[in-house]
Design a binder for this molecule. Structure first.
Ligand code: KG4
Ligand code: ZN
Length: 368
């Protein structure tokens, strides 16, 4: 790793849920969007550990983070062919998330900071997701898109704002209006279950492994006759969502079909029907917001944004309204440290002074 003029290095750490992740990013300030180069990214997933329990067990997750954090951070530094002596900032997820998991990352970052004097930048996990589709190339912005999507080469970052940003993860469902890179407002969120949580709960009802999203979407592909499930809150004037009623509708339907639940076509029709309902609600509300707020672009991020049916439906809807669509690169929809480093680089680019970092506390309910 050869240091360029003005370059600074960020070690990013993410432990908000069940992934222990670290990344090393190179950053240099720029007008519009900072220059960011990824040098390494390591993710140690705990999926196997939690799959047996059908979901994340917070204490188990925290114990695994304690075990994994040092090797993961060491590997990220090694892969970047560097060491702590070259690191200028430590970015860490402060919240929201599971408190036992968050504490591990935050206290690890603070201990590193105490030992080395490197300042810590606390990052809101949701800001990480929000910025995860952005990749910087100086004053130009490099947008990651799906193959089918319609992102022209964007020379000026202002060309994408206002942007409607849909964050759909295991813990959150949020619709955000971004006026620019730094000013954004949450205009809607779920009143009960998050979209990813609904995928996970439906998978559990169908005896599918955790995490449920990828399983449900895989089986949905085989469906010939999707079940017609309700679309909760699709026509309400606000931008809020509700998925718990949909999950209950799936529960009753599944009970009704109990004798046939081992039948693959029944399961795939339930999966496809459920996925169609979620996608329909998410796309309808996102595009209504895009219209109302005169958006120039739409982005999705968070674990559920890996869902191909959702991506495809949004691409089609954006094409109809002539909007730019973008989403994180493959593998970066779900939790990772790279997005935490990107958020830190964007924060550094504001040139605002950093807070006193050894007072940072993990905050499970940190708001956007
Ligand atoms: O963003 P994330 O890794 O963690 C949180 O911050 O919550 O999101 C995890 C969620 C899980 O609920 C998982 O089932 C869901 O993302 N997910 C998907 C897909 N891949 C992951 N949901 C639907 N379709 C997928 N392909
Ligand atoms: Zn997340």
């Amino acid at each position: 790793m050869t240091k360029k003029n003005q370059s600074q290095y960020i070690l990013a750490i993410e432990t908000s849920c069940d992934e222990t992740a670290a990344a090393v990013l190179e950053y240099s300030p720029a007008v519009g969007f900072p220059n960011i180069t990824k040098h390494s990214a390591v993710i140690k997933s705990q999926i196997k550990l939690h799959a047996n329990m059908g979901g994340v067990v917070p204490e188990t997750a925290a114990r695994a983070h304690v075990k994994n954090i040092l090797p993961v951070v060491k590997k990220a530094l090694e892969d970047a062919q560097t060491d702590l002596a070259n690191i200028n900032f430590i970015a860490v997820t402060q919240g929201p998330g599971l408190i036992p998991s968050l504490i591990v990352g935050v206290e690890f970052a603070k201990a590193l900071s105490l030992a080395t004097g490197i300042p810590v930048i606390p990052i809101n996990h949701m800001v990480g997701h929000l910025y995860s589709p952005f990749r910087g190339v100086g004053s130009k912005i490099e947008i990651t898109t799906t193959k089918e999507s319609l992102a022209p080469e964007i020379k000026n970052i202002s060309a994408v704002f206002p942007m409607i940003s849909l964050i759909v993860s295991g813990g959150h469902t949020m619709l955000i209006v971004m006026k620019n890179l730094y000013e954004y407002e949450v205009v809607g969120q779920t009143v009960d279950d998050a979209a990813g949580e609904a995928f996970d709960k439906v998978a559990k009802l169908l005896y599918l492994p955790y995490p449920g999203g990828p399983e449900v979407s895989k089986l949905a592909l085989e469906s010939k006759n999707p079940v017609d499930f309700p679309r909760p809150m699709i026509h309400t004037k606000d931008y809020n969502f509700s998925f718990s009623g949909l999950k209950t509708a799936v529960l009753y339907y599944t009970k009704d079909q109990r004798s046939r639940i081992k039948d693959n076509s029944v399961v795939s029709n339930i999966c496809a029907g459920f996925q169609n309902a979620v996608v329909d609600v998410l796309v309808t509300k996102t595009m209504r917001a895009a219209k109302e707020f005169r958006a120039k672009s739409v982005s999705i991020s968070g674990g559920v944004s890996a869902n191909k049916a959702l991506q495809q439906a949004l691409v089609t809807a954006c094409q109809k309204m002539n909007l730019i669509f973008f989403t994180p690169p493959q593998g970066l929809s779900t939790d990772n440290a790279e997005m935490i480093g990107i958020a830190a680089a964007i924060r550094l680019n504001t040139k605002k002074p950093l807070a006193k970092n050894l007072h940072i506390q993990a905050n499970p309910a940190l708001v956007l």
